[in-house]
Design a protein around this ligand. Structure first.
Ligand code: TYM
Length: 333
């Protein structure tokens, strides 16, 4: 039998999951579980780089795990685990740190953003964040990494670290690639037209998988629009394109086409469009929210999923680390 390609990805448990996480990452995870050997992780160690206060961590970890499953991930088919439960991650992270240069780490966009937003806590973990991410991926010798557009640079760095390791110590790691079914990587914009949906910033312009029906409708009604185009077939401004993009994600084709046509013919009514989008969004999110809530309340089940995931991921990690230590020359007999 041909060996399956290996898939790895993760999400930081720093808050509630949102549409960006779903369409950038989770939707791909769910489809990939049928065809590949998959490792999906909760990046709890990464979250310490920005959220040193861990009061809410356990709650977020359990909630995100429940949301993973509610979105369709099957713990029997994939390894669902917490990063901190696979300590080999930190060993590989340490070795990869010797192959990562200060200059390239300082130039990383996410590092520069975080250094700006938390000037009192520019810790070394923040600087070496992409090295830890590379360790997560290379630990399973994964070649496909389903992520949203914002992770592109981190993936490029993972490839660089893998290549440097291979070059120095012999071929061991495949080159990991960012993956999305369909065309390019996805970026789900925020509803105010400024930036992307996010777990902790911009909450009124982000739709969460845990939002109530009412909250979803209200947030969408407040999304930024204008008085509409004045000439046929006008190029859409970004914030209007965003609303169409959300409609493309959750509405049916006929609905989308009818609003596209109304826009091109300058007779669009954004109030109606947002109302329709609200209903389609509620239909999409409500079943996920309800399922996640019921899974979240089953602590025994969540614990068994976590333990099983850690055992599966741990076995894969242990096998890789044997090879890593031997390749580096840390085996003396
Ligand atoms: P995180 O937790 O910020 O986001 C998790 C996933 O959701 C995607 N995403 C989005 N996609 C489209 N539009 C958006 N608005 C949007 N917001 C978030 C992200 O691209 C990501 O795929 N560093 C990672 C976590 C990580 C990881 C890994 C990922 C740790 N180790 C190993 C892959 C492989 C992060 O912070 O994702």
């Amino acid at each position: 039998m041909q060996k399956k390609d290996i898939v790895m990805s993760g999400i930081r448990p720093t808050g509630f999951l949102h549409l960006g996480n779903y369409f950038g990452a989770l939707r791909n995870f769910v489809r990939m579980q049928e065809e590949y050997e998959c490792y999906f992780m909760l990046a709890d160690v990464h979250s310490l780089t920005t959220h040193p206060d861990t009061k809410e961590l356990a709650g977020h970890v359990k909630r995100v795990l429940a949301e993973y499953i509610a979105c369709g991930l099957d713990p029997e088919k994939v390894a669902l685990y917490c990063q901190s439960h696979v300590p080999e991650t930190t060993e590989l992270y340490l070795y990869l740190n010797m192959l990562a240069y200060k200059g390239e780490l300082e130039k990383t966009t996410t590092f520069k953003e975080k250094a700006r937003s938390q000037p009192d806590n520019v810790n070394a973990g923040l600087l070496t964040y992409p090295v830890l991410q590379a360790a997560d991926i290379l630990l399973h010798r994964a070649s496909l990494v389903p992520v949203g557009k914002d992770q592109e640079q981190h993936l490029e760095m993972s490839r660089n670290f893998a290549n440097r390791f291979n070059h120095r110590y012999g071929d061991l790691f495949p080159e990991p690639k960012a993956f999305n079914f369909g065309s390019g990587l996805v970026k789900v914009p925020s509803l105010d037209g400024a930036g992307k949906m996010s777990k902790s910033e911009n909450q009124s312009a982000t739709i969460y998988l845990s939002d109530s029906d009412d909250a979803i409708r209200k947030k969408l009604m407040k999304a930024k629009t204008d008085s509409g185009p004045t000439a046929p077939n006008t190029v859409k401004p970004d914030y209007i394109e965003n609303i169409f993009q959300l409609m493309r994600l959750v509405s049916d084709e006929a609905t989308l086409v009818s609003f596209e046509k109304a826009y091109d013919e300058c007779r669009i009514r954004y109030g109606d469009m947002k109302k329709q989008l609200g209903e389609d969004m509620v239909k999409f999110i409500a079943p996920i929210r309800e399922k996640a809530e019921s899974i979240r309340n089953d602590e025994g089940y969540l614990r068994s999923v976590m333990e099983k995931g850690a055992a599966k991921a741990g076995a894969s990690a242990a096998a890789t680390m044997e090879k890593v230590r031997a390749a580096i020359g840390l085996k003396y007999y």
